[in-house]
Design a binder for this molecule. Structure first.
Ligand SMILES: NC(=O)c1ccc[n+]([C@@H]2O[C@H](COP(=O)([O-])OP(=O)(O)OC[C@H]3O[C@@H](n4cnc5c(N)ncnc54)[C@H](O)[C@@H]3O)[C@@H](O)[C@H]2O)c1
Length: 273
């Protein structure tokens, strides 16, 4: 294959190894929003175990600080720290990015994970719930990227991982605001992949199906529509985040990756239906 003079050079791999365990994210610095509990906490643990340094951003200061201490004890190094972050406030994001640079020297990976879920159709959902959901789930993602891009651009390969949902791939009954916000995350992701690809920043969205977390603890749900027949464990989603954070995914950009046990593969009529 010939290479034109204008073809960008292939960036060198940084820290990517083929070890199954540690080292796959060695040397990476990641900022994860909403990482005090649930999926975000799992992403923080897994990235740190793979050699990254992680800044845990969340509203929940005590829980987030305790998680950072737990990770540091497990890793035997300062692998994690906590920062108070409300994703709807640009000044919090700016401070979080600044802390990454001061404490860990740079920023390679942004995981826009914080999110809330509100139920209701367009008719039932309150205007306040609509605004709050869009503010946290969509505007929070926009603000995170806005604050992080100038630092991410300084690295030869960097990665933004926007956590959407299957509600951002298909319609989702009785979740008007959540689905609108998560579809917005997908659109913002694809557009930003075009905008920042030339800067070496990969931007991808991930679309989990049902995952066992505090967010979903109270929900009544069946799994008949899921070919896998169950909800995911948080670690199963973190493995995708680790892949996207590492240089193993260096040619994955602008993708919307379903991780849903097959739930959105098609119409899964059951034999007894
Ligand atoms: N659990 C699921 O089945 C599922 C499925 C698809 C997508 N998701 C998405 O995955 C992400 C994580 O979900 P989860 O199930 O781990 O949720 P969770 O409720 O367990 O955790 C969310 C975290 O975000 C934090 N948070 C909330 N508002 C915030 C704000 N304004 N600023 C900063 N932090 C804030 C919370 O304090 C909490 O620690 C969310 O974006 C969610 O929409 C979840």
């Amino acid at each position: 294959m010939s290479t034109s003079p204008t073809t960008p050079a292939t960036p060198a791999l940084h820290g990517a190894t083929h070890d199954a365990g540690s080292g796959r994210a060695a040397g990476k610095v990641a900022l994860i929003s909403g990482a005090a509990q649930g999926m975000g906490a799992s992403h923080a643990r897994m990235l740190a175990a793979a050699g990254a340094s992680v800044l845990i951003g969340d509203l929940q200061e005590d829980t987030g600080t305790a998680l950072a201490e737990e990770i540091n004890a497990a890793e035997g190094r300062t692998a994690a720290a906590f920062t108070a972050l409300d994703v709807t406030r640009l000044e919090d994001w700016t401070a979080a990015v600044g802390q990454c640079v001061r404490q860990f020297g740079k920023l390679d990976v942004l995981v826009n994970n914080a999110g809330i879920y509100t139920p209701g159709t367009v008719e039932e959902a309150s205007v306040a719930d609509w605004a709050r959901t869009l503010d946290i789930d969509l505007t929070g993602t926009f603000l995170g990227m806005k604050a992080a891009v100038p630092e991410l651009r300084k690295q030869p390969t960097s990665s933004i991982i926007n956590v959407s949902s299957i509600a951002g791939l298909v319609g989702f009954k009785n979740r008007a605001a959540y689905s609108a916000a998560k579809w917005g995350v997908q659109g913002l992701t694809k557009t930003s992949a075009l905008d920042f690809g030339e800067d070496g920043i990969r931007v991808n969205s991930i679309h989990p199906g049902s995952v066992e977390t505090p967010l979903t603890a109270g929900l009544k749900r069946g799994f008949g529509q899921v070919p896998a027949g169950r909800a995911a464990q948080v670690e199963e989603i973190s493995m995708l985040v680790l892949y996207l954070a590492s240089d193993e995914s260096r040619f994955v950009c602008g993708s919307s990756i379903a991780i849903d046990g097959g739930e959105t593969a098609g119409n899964n009529l059951r034999q007894d239906a």
